[in-house]
Design a protein around this ligand. Structure first.
Ligand SMILES: Cc1cc2nc3c(=O)[nH]c(=O)nc-3n(C[C@H](O)[C@H](O)[C@H](O)COP(=O)(O)O)c2cc1C
Length: 328
C-alpha cells in the first residue's frame, strides 16, 4: 500500500492506542512485522504542546519510517496549527482522529463525536489538508450510532478534501467497544471511494485478518487490542497471508526476550519511575493465559525499580520454560 510518497512493506497496521502505542511499542511492532503504525493521539490544544506527555507522544527519534502522528480536536484552525506543528517536528503523515469514543475526547466534540456534524468534518479535513504538504489520513467509525451510519458520507467528504487514506473501525461511536465489529459498511465505503481504505476492528488472528481483507476488499487491516502483549501477531498474519500456513506460538524464552527488550526501551524512553509503571500493563498482557500468570502479576505490579521488575520477569519466564521442558 502507498501513502503519498511512502510505500509500506506490507498491509498490516498497528492501531493508535492512547497510553499503549508509544514509540517503544510502535517500533517493536514494526520490528515484528507491522508495515505501518500510527502514534497515540496528540492534542490540537497548543497550550499543551510543551507538556511532557505531548512532547513524548510526538517523539519519533529512531523510528522506522513513515512516521504518522494522530491529532485530535474539533476546531479547524487549531487542528490546522497542530498539523503544521507536528509536520515541522518530524511527522511524515498526519492522521485525524474521528474514531475515538473516549469521553475525554467526545465531550469536547472531538474524536468520533465529530461524525455528527458533517459540515464541521469538511471544515476540519480541508483546514488540515491545506495546512501541510505531507499526506493527511483520517480515522473514523461507521457512524455516530446504529441509526446514523454516515461513514460513506464522511468518506466522500474526506476524499473530495484531499485525504489520502481512510481507516474505518467497524463500530459506531455509540457501540464503544461492545458487540462485534461489522465489515459491511467498510466494504461499501471501499467500493464507493478511490482512496485506500484500512479495515479495523476485532482482527485477532491471521485467519480473521485474511477474512476481513477479502470480505471488505480493503487495502490493509489495522490491529489494536490483539497486539497488546502479542506484538508478534503481525509476523504471524504476514506469514499466513503469504503462505497460507500458521506459524507456531513463539517459544516461552523468545517471548521473554521480546518482553525484556520492550521493557528496556520503555525504561530508556520514560526513565525509571514512569517506565516501571508503564511497563506494568505490558507485563500483564504478555503474561495473560500463562501458568501462574495471575499470581505473578500480583507480585510484579508492586515492584518499584527496574532491577526488581526485570529480575521478576526473567524468573517468571524461566520457570515457565523449565515447567514446559519437564512436561515434554
Ligand atoms: C486503550 C485504547 C486506546 C485507544 N486510543 C485511540 C486513539 O488515541 N486514537 C484512535 O483513533 N483510536 C484509539 N483507539 C481505538 C483503536 O485505534 C481501534 O480503532 C480499536 O481498538 C478497534 O481495533 P481492535 O479491535 O483491533 O482493538 C484506542 C483503543 C484502545 C483499546
Amino acid at each position: 500500500m502507498q501513502i503519498g510518497p511512502y510505500k509500506l512493506s506490507n498491509n498490516l497496521v498497528l492501531a493508535p492506542m492512547a497510553g499503549v502505542t508509544d514509540r517503544p511499542f510502535r517500533q517493536l511492532c514494526k520490528n515484528l512485522g507491522a508495515g505501518f503504525a500510527v502514534s497515540e493521539m496528540v492534542t490540537s490544544n497548543s497550550l499543551l504542546w510543551g507538556s511532557k506527555k505531548t512532547l513524548r507522544r510526538a517523539n519519533h527519534a529512531g523510528e522506522t519510517e513513515p512516521r504518522s502522528v494522530q491529532i485530535a480536536g474539533a476546531d479547524p484552525k487549531m487542528m490546522a496549527l497542530a498539523a503544521k506543528y507536528n509536520a515541522d517536528n518530524g511527522a511524515q503523515i498526519i492522521d485525524i482522529n474521528m474514531g475515538c469514543p473516549a469521553k475525554k475526547v467526545c465531550n469536547v466534540m472531538a474524536g468520533s463525536a465529530l461524525m455528527q456534524d458533517e459540515s464541521l468534518v469538511a471544515q476540519i479535513v480541508e483546514a488540515v489538508v491545506n495546512a501541510v504538504d505531507i499526506p493527511v489520513t483520517l480515522k473514523t467509525r461507521t457512524g455516530w450510532d446504529l441509526e446514523h451510519k454516515n461513514a460513506l458520507a464522511i468518506a466522500k467528504i474526506a476524499e473530495n478534501s484531499g485525504i489520502q487514506l481512510l481507516t474505518i473501525h467497524g463500530r459506531t461511536r455509540a457501540c464503544q467497544y461492545r458487540g462485534d465489529a461489522e465489515y459491511d459498511t467498510i466494504a461499501q465505503v471501499k467500493s464507493e471511494i478511490g482512496i485506500p481504505v484500512i479495515a479495523n476492528g476485532d482482527v485477532t488472528s491471521p485467519e480473521k485478518a485474511k477474512y476481513v481483507l477479502e470480505y471488505t476488499n480493503a487495502d490493509a487491516v489495522m490491529i489494536g487490542r490483539a497486539a497488546q502483549g502479542r506484538p508478534w501477531i503481525f509476523r504471524e498474519i504476514d506469514y499466513f497471508l503469504n503462505t497460507g500456513k500458521l506459524l507456531p506460538e513463539p517459544p516461552v524464552l523468545e517471548v521473554r526476550d521480546i518482553l525484556i527488550g520492550h521493557l528496556k526501551n520503555l525504561y530508556e524512553f520514560y526513565g525509571e519511575y514512569t517506565g516501571v509503571r508503564m511497563a506494568r500493563k505490558h507485563i500483564s498482557w504478555y503474561s495473560k493465559g500463562q501458568r501462574h500468570g495471575a499470581a505473578f502479576r500480583k507480585c510484579v505490579n508492586n515492584v518499584e525499580t527496574v532491577k526488581d521488575q526485570l529480575n521478576m520477569v526473567n524468573e517468571f519466564f524461566e520457570r515457565l520454560s523449565d515447567a514446559q521442558e519437564l512436561a515434554a
